[in-house]
Design a protein around this ligand. Structure first.
Ligand code: SF4
Ligand code: SF4
Length: 406
């Protein structure tokens, strides 16, 4: 992995044109120049020239970024901002003394304990039928303040059970190692069940392994030591032969493909070529919805536009293109925890565009985006809205639960 100094030339490429301001969701929500890539490059320039210290305040500004990459797409100099910010944050961890408490909070062990706890908690939660009860009272609960909104956000993760078995596809027998994102593995269990349901009639042999988290939040935070530990553990489990690695989360998909940037291992190179999303397998499936739903999509920053065609091709639905359907939802894991108000503001604006589109469902392929969209909906609900509230759902769950193959 490159150091910050190695990106000196890229940083100099910034002409200070300011075009990135027009696409940066964090800048739009804060009007803070430090939130946008131009501002961060000014700071990093000062650090490279040793005029500024890479301290906690600078890290805070670097964290004012959802990693959506919108500025990279728009930048006339095509600067890969995300890589530069990650390198700068990694340098912060190397140069500064991190307190024991901070280390514990950021440790993977604590994160995993949280996920294990989440798995047990949500199993009981669903078993006693709380999701429906809370959904019924959501308009009241969201007005109790931030705690109520957070409870509803958790509630949005718990969907009901379903039974469906889809028809056979034309795929030839292939071995697919299933990398279920940790959120789907521990909390959103229905997504895994949905993927299995969709592929149950296919000739794809799903191989399950006990993978660790892909490491996305550690990578985005610049905590490269923690990220590398997870990368090595995951690569170790991929030594056997496989035709492809199948992911059900757009963020995991993106990170697995980029493992090769952090290691020379052959498996990482193979992973870059062989990692695909579940949606990549569904292009020749013919889905028919069981009702005429109005459906919109949210394109996660790390997914391609490809999955949208699958949605558009579902027989019987009405596809509505919501405004800004491909803009960042404002959640982005740790960003939402570190910058709660900004995150909620971005999510709310995003959710409003779906309410304006008057759809029944918002489909997406990333669990963090599901949280972002639900976070925005909760903000709107708290304002006594009379508008129709769409249900945010993982695409694979929608296909398994509300569609048939013909
Ligand atoms: S768009 Fe690119 S070149 Fe222009 S200010 Fe932003 S980062 Fe710099
Ligand atoms: S990656 Fe997204 S949030 Fe980060 S600076 Fe660029 S546009 Fe803003």
């Amino acid at each position: 992995m490159k150091n910050l100094k190695d990106y000196e030339e890229d940083i100099y490429k910034c002409s200070r044109c300011g075009l990135c301001q027009s696409v940066c969701p964090v800048f739009k929500a804060t009007l803070n120049e430090c939130a946008v890539s131009r501002g961060k490059f000014n700071i990093l320039n000062g650090i490279i020239k040793k005029e500024l210290n890479l301290n906690k305040t600078v890290k805070k500004y670097l964290d004012l970024c959802t990693g959506c990459n919108a500025c990279k797409e728009f930048c006339p100099s095509k600067i890969d901002v995300k890589k530069i910010f990650i390198a700068a944050k990694a340098e912060y961890y190397k140069k500064n003394k991190i307190s024991v408490l901070e280390k514990i909070i950021n440790s993977y062990t604590l994160f995993k304990i949280g996920l294990q706890f989440g798995r047990i908690f949500f199993s009981i939660y669903r078993f006693i039928g709380l999701p429906r009860i809370l959904k019924y009272f959501e308009k009241v609960i969201c007005k109790t303040g931030i705690l109520g909104k957070r409870i509803l956000l958790l509630n949005s993760l718990a969907h009901g059970r379903y039974k469906n078995k889809l028809a056979k596809s034309k795929h030839k027998t292939q071995k697919a190692v299933y990398f279920e994102g940790c959120f789907n593995k521990y909390i959103n269990k229905e997504t895994e069940e949905a993927v299995k349901t969709i592929l149950s009639g296919s000739n794809i042999e799903l191989i399950k392994k006990n993978f660790e988290c892909c490491g996305v939040s550690y990578l985005n935070d610049g905590n490269i030591d923690a990220f590398n530990k997870l990368l090595n553990k995951n690569l170790e489990m991929l030594k056997d032969d496989f035709d492809f690695v199948l992911t059900d989360c757009a963020s995991c998909n993106d990170v697995l493909k980029n493992y090769k940037l952090f290691t020379n291992k052959e498996t990482a190179k193979k992973l870059a070529e062989k990692t695909i999303m579940v949606s990549d397998l569904l292009k020749d499936f013919n889905f028919t919805a069981n009702k005429k739903y109005k459906v919109a999509v949210h394109k996660p920053c790390h997914d391609t536009y490809d999955f949208i065609d699958i949605v558009k091709n579902i027989n019987g639905i009405e596809y509505i293109e919501a405004k800004d359907f491909d803009k960042c939802c404002g959640f982005s894991g740790k960003f939402a925890l570190q910058n709660q108000e900004i995150s909620r503001k971005i999510s709310k604006q995003k959710a409003q565009s779906y309410l304006d589109a008057k759809v029944d469902f918002i489909l997406t392929t990333c669990p963090a985006c599901q949280l972002g969209l639900n976070q925005g909906i909760t903000e709107i609900l708290a304002e006594n809205t009379k508008e129709k509230i769409p249900e945010v759902m993982n695409l694979f769950l929608f296909l398994a639960k509300y569609c048939k193959t013909v």
